[in-house]
Design a protein around this ligand. Structure first.
Ligand SMILES: [Zn+2]
Length: 377
């Protein structure tokens, strides 16, 4: 067996909150600042595991707009929820249920106007941690599965149990690639914000588990990282009310999707496009993203599957109410990756070249020899 690798992926392990709470696994000497991608965890995790940007792997946001006006997207999937052929819907809803922001997403699905719901789809139909989970691209997990001996624990396993099982797996030595993903910190941060002691105590638990693993098993390469940071929420805007005041009709003129920090619109015709753009340009607390900016952020989809118009909130501002729920949260992510609170961090037993890296640039560090490429290559 070749070199063994252990990756511990802590959702929302932000650089700033790590500094604030003094989280630093003493056993891992190297530290790299990570710049995330625009989007939520699905976008960031897929970018980490495939080494490519969302407009390359294709899985930018949880919900996309159905093309061609055919109302057979999400709604049909939900109607057949429970049917054996709709396993992907169940897997996705479980993924959402495992996280605070996605818990509210699950329940508020039923608050999304029916005429919007009918025009939405779920582009990610597989777990990002399973085979073929990387959208259009091969992920490091595809390659690790091919090479054999993979140990993965994700949101299906309680965190303490996942660490216990990781320890047993390292003892028996059956696997060469190990990945443990934890969502508890992310959900605490949504609930408490970044400065509460609850965050510090959870980080201490992680540090103890990591340090004890590294001291017990000195041989494997250890990498601990996050997918994005977390910004404390300072205000909210009622975007739905402003857009609805235009008198434009859903779905004839436009189909919206109001996420917690982003609003995306599929529009029909110049009149609707101009009216919505004007409202958004005047709205405080955020800005429209132009084609050039979407391009440079690696989230430009020219066919409009994620919307023709994209509005992004300023760090700390949330859209309320949104399709993600009407309860305010204390922490949120999904802001411009240039905001320092969005930065994540990576600790490692081996040195990574450079103090800073994009999350799209570490796949080969996580799995040495990772070849990447398209799914069909
Ligand atoms: Zn989150």
């Amino acid at each position: 067996m070749g070199e063994r690798t252990v990756v511990i992926l802590i959702d929302a392990l932000g650089c700033e909150l790590v500094d604030h709470h003094g989280f630093s696994p003493g056993s891992l000497p190297f530290r790299t600042r990570l710049k995330t991608v625009l989007g939520f965890s699905q976008a960031a995790l897929t970018s980490i595991l495939t080494g490519s940007a969302p407009d390359v792997h294709g899985l930018w946001m949880m919900f996309s707009f159905v093309g061609g006006g055919s109302p057979f997207g999400l709604l049909r999937g939900l109607r057949l929820f429970g049917g054996p052929d709709r396993l992907w819907v169940r897997n996705l809803l479980r993924w959402k249920l495992s996280r605070i922001d996605r818990v509210t997403a699950y329940f508020s699905l039923y608050d999304i106007p029916r005429e919007v719901l009918e025009r939405l789809d779920l582009p990610a139909r597989k777990s990002v941690f399973g085979p073929l989970g990387g959208g259009n691209r091969r992920s490091i997990l595809d390659q690790a599965y091919d090479e054999g001996g993979v140990f993965i624990r994700d949101y299906d396993t309680p965190e303490e149990q996942a660490f216990d099982e990781l320890e047993s797996a390292l003892e028996t030595g059956e696997s060469s690639f190990h990945l443990v993903y934890t969502a508890g910190l992310d959900s605490d941060l949504h609930r408490y914000g970044s400065r509460e002691e609850a965050i510090g105590s959870r980080l201490r638990l992680y540090r103890e588990r990591i340090d004890s693993l590294v001291s017990r098993f000195p041989d494997p390469r250890f990498i601990v990282l996050g997918d994005h940071g977390m910004c404390d929420v300072t205000g909210h805007i009622d975007l739905i009310k402003s857009v609805e005041a235009t008198g434009l009709k859903i779905p004839g003129d436009y189909v919206p999707f109001y996420d917690s920090t982003m609003a995306r619109f599929r529009v029909s015709g110049e009149r609707a496009s101009r009216a919505i753009s004007e409202i958004l340009e005047r709205s405080p607390g955020g800005k429209l993203l132009g084609t050039e900016e979407l391009n440079s952020l690696g989230v430009h989809f020219p066919r409009g599957e994620y919307g023709d118009i994209v509005f992004l909130c300023d760090p700390g501002t949330i859209i309320l109410p949104s399709y993600m729920g009407s309860a305010p949260v204390k922490g949120m992510h999904g802001y411009h990756p240039g905001a320092s609170c969005m930065d994540s961090v990576m600790f490692s037993s081996e040195e990574f070249q450079g103090d800073e890296a994009p999350v799209t640039g570490i796949a080969r560090f996580l799995l040495p020899g990772f070849r990447g490429g398209g799914r069909k290559e």
